[in-house]
Design a protein around this ligand. Structure first.
Ligand code: 0X9
Ligand code: ZN
Length: 306
C-alpha cells in the first residue's frame, strides 16, 4: 500500500490516485487540464453519497489544494493524508464526507514538483519556458487574478516571484480557476504551503484591503490554531497576509476570496526554518495529524446544522 510517512515522486502519487483513490466508491479522480509540459493536473472529488458536484448545490463544498510551489514537499504529502483519512472506514475524518463535498487538488504544479525531484530540490515555480530569456518558470502564486502585478511580485522571469505575462497566463492556474468555476456552493478554500507554521487570511494585496468577514476569518483561524496546538503542542501563528507576511498580490487565497468564497486560508505547514523546505520524513505524520485539526475547525464551521 501507499506509505503516507514518506515523500512520493510524481509517478508514485499518480499511481496511487488512479488505482487506490479512483477505485473507491466515494471518490472520483479526473484531470482538469494539462501543464506547460503536458502533464495532467488532477482533482479528487469526495462525497457520500457520490454526487455530481457540478449538479449538486445542496451540500457545502470545501476546496483544498496542495503543491502550488514545487519544493514544498510536505504540502502534497498533506493532501495525500487528507484524502486517505476522508476515505478511511474509521477515524474522525471518515464522516466528514457525509455532510460536505470535498474538492481536492493534490498537486497543482506537477511539472515543478517533478523537476524538484529530478534536477533542483529548491525549485519553486512551474516550468514555463519564458520568451527572450533562458530563465524558466512563473510563480503560480503570483499569477492569479488578485490585483495581479501590483505588490510583492517580480516582472523578471529570472526571479522566484515572477508573476508571468498576465494574470492566468499559466495553464496550471487557468485550469485551477476554470475547474473551480464549475464547483457549486464553495464555502471554504484551503491552500497548503510550507514553511513557517502560519495561518494566513486575505488580503495580501494592499495594506488597506480588508476582507468583509475579517472578524470571522480571524476567529476561525484562532480555532484552527487551538486545534493544531492540541495535537503536538505546535504554536502556529495567524493573521492577515498583509500584516503578518507582507504584500504579495496574485495569490490564490486572495483570488478565491475575491471570487466569493468566504473562508480562505493559506496554511504554511512545518517547520519554522530549522529544516525549512527539507522537512524530514519523520515530521510528515505529526504535521499532517495536527493540520487535520485545523481542517476539522473549518469543517465544523461550514457543515450544515444538525
Ligand atoms: O509567498 C507565498 O506565495 C506564500 N509563502 S511561500 O513561502 N509558501 O511561498 C504565502 C502566500 C500568502 N498569500 C498571498 N500572498 N496572497
Ligand atoms: Zn508556497
Amino acid at each position: 500500500g501507499h506509505d503516507f510517512e514518506v515523500y512520493h515522486d510524481l509517478s508514485s502519487i499518480e499511481a496511487w490516485l488512479l488505482a487506490d483513490v479512483n477505485s473507491h466508491q466515494f471518490a472520483t479522480v479526473s484531470s482538469i487540464g494539462k501543464t506547460h509540459e503536458n502533464r495532467d493536473i488532477w482533482v479528487v472529488n469526495i462525497s457520500n453519497p457520490p454526487t455530481n458536484l457540478a449538479a449538486d448545490s445542496s451540500l457545502p463544498t470545501v476546496v483544498v489544494d496542495c503543491g502550488i510551489h514545487a519544493r514544498e514537499w510536505v504540502s502534497p504529502a498533506f493532501c495525500q493524508h487528507l484524502i486517505n483519512e476522508l476515505l478511511a472506514t474509521s477515524g474522525s475524518a471518515e464522516s466528514w464526507k457525509n455532510s460536505v463535498n470535498w474538492v481536492i487538488y493534490p498537486l497543482l504544479n506537477p511539472d515543478g514538483y517533478s523537476f524538484s525531484w529530478s534536477d533542483d530540490r529548491m525549485w519553486r515555480k512551474n516550468r514555463r519556458v519564458n520568451s527572450g530569456t533562458s530563465c524558466v518558470g512563473v510563480d503560480l502564486n503570483r499569477n492569479y487574478d488578485a490585483k495581479w502585478n501590483t505588490f510583492g511580485s517580480s516582472s523578471n522571469p529570472c526571479h522566484q516571484t515572477y508573476h508571468g505575462t498576465s494574470s492566468f497566463s499559466e495553464p496550471e492556474s487557468t485550469a485551477h480557476s476554470n475547474h473551480m468555476a464549475t464547483v457549486q456552493s464553495k464555502q471554504a478554500y484551503l491552500t497548503f504551503h510550507s514553511f513557517s507554521e502560519v495561518i494566513i487570511f486575505p488580503y495580501s494585496t494592499v495594506g488597506s484591503d480588508e476582507a468583509d468577514n475579517r472578524a470571522e476569518l480571524n476567529s476561525l483561524a484562532g480555532e484552527m490554531v487551538s486545534g493544531i496546538k492540541s495535537v503536538h503542542g505546535k504554536n502556529y501563528r495567524k493573521g492577515e497576509g498583509a500584516e503578518i507576511f507582507g504584500l504579495a498580490a496574485g495569490g490564490s487565497d486572495d483570488w478565491a476570496h475575491m471570487s466569493g468564497i468566504p473562508i480562505s486560508y493559506t496554511i504554511e505547514l512545518r517547520d519554522t526554518g530549522s529544516f525549512g523546505f527539507l522537512l524530514p520524513e519523520s515530521q510528515i505524520k505529526p504535521t499532517c495529524e495536527e493540520n487535520m485539526k485545523g481542517v476539522e475547525a473549518v469543517f465544523d464551521h461550514v457543515k450544515p446544522l444538525n
